[in-house]
Design a protein around this ligand. Structure first.
Ligand code: ATP
Length: 308
């Protein structure tokens, strides 16, 4: 393996306005500030892996607007291969309109736009990207049909499939059977299994019974669990001063995939992902907070051997 990750997923432009209080229906308010940044689970996970030294390619769709050009150059700066990203005419690029109030609470409207147009044909057109990858990473912000097609393509070439079922929807046995690593948070795990997150043992048992090969359950400030057959291992989070947990999940998944792609053992990849996600929560923003490999080394030096 040469550390190559293929992400088939969403690309969004996040439009973020800071407001005092959320506007009521019919109200117009003046915000404090406005920012634009690339987002979407697909793009976030791709950037997370690329900053940690993985060779990353993406398959996705842009709309025919100015955001597309901006995002292509951001991806190029991150050294992510964009040949697999198609521009869809007369459609807008995916956007997330985000309002953040003075308490830090947010309201979000996601307009999937071009992400909805990513179809099985896009997968067939880029089977070479599957062939040259070690790990294929998928989420659910693109059509389910395209996810199924991608899993089949990954299987065809014998690649490892990492699947993050977010946002959660009904998943078939057939799909789960072809997943090597199912990575999900507690809310998604509750939705998928019906077991409450407050009862860890029950939840872990239900997750272990799923037809996928291995499960990684992220537990926020409580770390993560690796569940594989009868093996359930819990790893604590690193104790850091959390400033903004946005992007923690995507950071974890990108980091995990980057290490799997290098041939690391999955348990070591989980430990590494916990460290990377801890760095991410100490900083504001989603993509802006994703650390480079250099930053994770600095973090190791600061923390000493205990963080390894
Ligand atoms: P988000 O939606 O905020 O991006 P998520 O709900 O998908 O995240 P979480 O389980 O909350 O996923 O977080 C992912 C990982 O980030 C955790 O497994 C943990 O390692 C790390 N993490 C999250 N919160 C903290 C924290 N307060 N301190 C240290 N690490 C954290």
């Amino acid at each position: 393996s040469n550390g190559s990750v293929l992400v088939v997923g969403s690309l969004n432009m996040d439009l973020v306005a800071q407001v005092q209080d959320m506007p009521r229906i019919g109200e117009t308010i003046i915000g404090h500030s406005f920012d634009r940044m690339m987002g979407g689970k697909g793009a976030n996970q791709a950037v997370a892996a690329a900053r940690l030294g993985a060779r990353v390619a993406m398959i996705g769709c842009f709309g025919s607007d100015a955001f597309a050009g901006d995002m292509r150059s951001i991806l190029a700066k991150e050294r992510i291969e964009t040949d697999g990203i198609r521009t869809v005419e007369n459609v807008s690029t995916g956007t997330a309109m985000i309002m953040v109030d003075r308490h830090g609470d947010n309201s979000i409207i996601v307009a999937p736009g071009a992400n909805r147009y990513l179809g099985p044909d896009d997968i067939e057109r880029h089977t070479e990207l599957f062939e040259s990858s070690d790990v294929v990473v998928l989420q659910l912000e693109i059509p389910l049909e395209t996810v199924l097609h991608s899993v089949a393509a990954a299987r065809r070439f014998g690649k490892t499939v990492v699947f993050n079922p977010a946002p959660m929807q009904g998943l078939s046995e057939e799909l789960l059977r072809d997943i090597d690593y199912l990575i999900l948070n507690e809310v998604e795990a509750e939705e998928l299994t019906g077991a409450p997150a407050s009862e860890f043992d029950t939840l872990a048992k239900r997750l272990a019974a799923l037809p996928c090969k291995h499960v990684v359950l992220t537990l926020g400030g409580d770390g993560a669990a690796y569940i594989s057959g009868s093996e359930v291992v819990r790893y604590p989070a690193m104790k850091v001063h959390a400033v903004d947990t946005t992007g923690a999940g995507d950071s974890f998944i990108g980091a995990f995939a980057s290490r799997l792609a290098r041939g690391d053992d999955a348990r070591d990849a989980v430990k590494y992902a916990i460290k990377v996600a801890a760095i991410t929560v100490t900083k504001l923003g989603a993509q802006a907070a994703l650390p480079t490999e250099e930053e994770t080394k600095q973090f190791d030096l600061l923390w000493g051997a205990e963080s390894r």
